[in-house]
Each structure stands twice: as structure tokens, then as C-alpha cells.
Design a protein around this ligand. Structure first.
Ligand SMILES: [Zn+2]
Length: 127
């Protein structure tokens, strides 16, 4: 059984479907939206509980979702009062964060040394 080692090397990539274009993509390539108490929010870290939906990080898919009222359909709620403007804002910033995490763009952080140290020590004391 020379191939038995290969199996353990197969990485399972969870796929999710974009609510707008219905293309299946790896979960991490999509933006997760969650219906929370505050309405529909962008779940950047994947930590918000609630009914979730996934959408491509693309302007096009976002506007398709808005035009076809896909948010209401997906969350099975009448989201007439959905604040599209602020959702779009969060959506855009989530895209920026994704780009940064994937290292597609070089973003230089100008944080002064003291601030950086404060952040580190806060993290440490959390534990
Ligand atoms: Zn899409």
C-alpha cells in the first residue's frame, strides 16, 4: 500500500456558495454575512453566531444581491429597512482585510513602537 500516505495529505477545503452568483468557492475566499440582532452584519472573523450567508468579495455580487433582494430571501426575513450603505461600507473594509491577510497587497503599518508593545502585552494578559 504505497499510496496510503497520500490520503492524509488531502486537505479538505470547505466550499460555500455565493448568494449572488451561486458559484461555489472555498469558504475563506468569500465574505460571510450574518443576520444578527443589529441586522445583517459582515462577519470578518467568522465568530458571530446567527444565520450566515456567503458572498464573493466583489462589488458586482454585492449589487446583484441588493438589486434582487437576495439578502431578504437568504435570511428569510423582510429586510426592507436594511442599511445597505453601512453594510456596503463594512463589506468593503472586509475585502480590504481579506486582501491584507492573503498578502496580495503590501500594507505598511505605521505604528509607533510603544503602541505595538501595549497591544502585545494586552494579548498576553488576556490568557
Ligand atoms: Zn458571487
Amino acid at each position: 500500500m504505497a499510496n496510503s500516505n497520500l490520503k492524509s495529505q488531502v486537505v479538505h477545503v470547505p466550499l460555500r456558495m455565493c448568494i449572488a452568483c451561486r458559484v461555489k468557492k472555498p469558504k475563506k475566499e468569500l465574505i460571510r454575512l450574518v443576520l444578527s440582532e443589529k441586522g445583517v452584519v459582515v462577519d470578518v472573523d467568522g465568530k458571530i453566531n446567527g444565520r450566515g450567508a456567503n458572498i464573493c468579495p466583489s462589488e458586482n455580487c454585492f449589487s446583484v444581491a441588493v438589486e434582487r433582494n437576495i439578502f431578504s430571501q437568504t435570511f428569510k426575513q423582510n429586510l426592507k429597512n436594511l442599511d445597505i450603505a453601512s453594510l456596503k461600507k463594512n463589506f468593503d473594509s472586509a475585502i480590504e482585510q481579506k486582501k491584507f491577510r492573503e498578502g496580495k497587497e503590501n500594507i505598511v503599518f505605521r505604528v509607533n513602537k510603544d503602541e505595538a508593545e501595549v497591544k502585545v502585552s494586552k494579548k498576553l494578559t488576556k490568557k
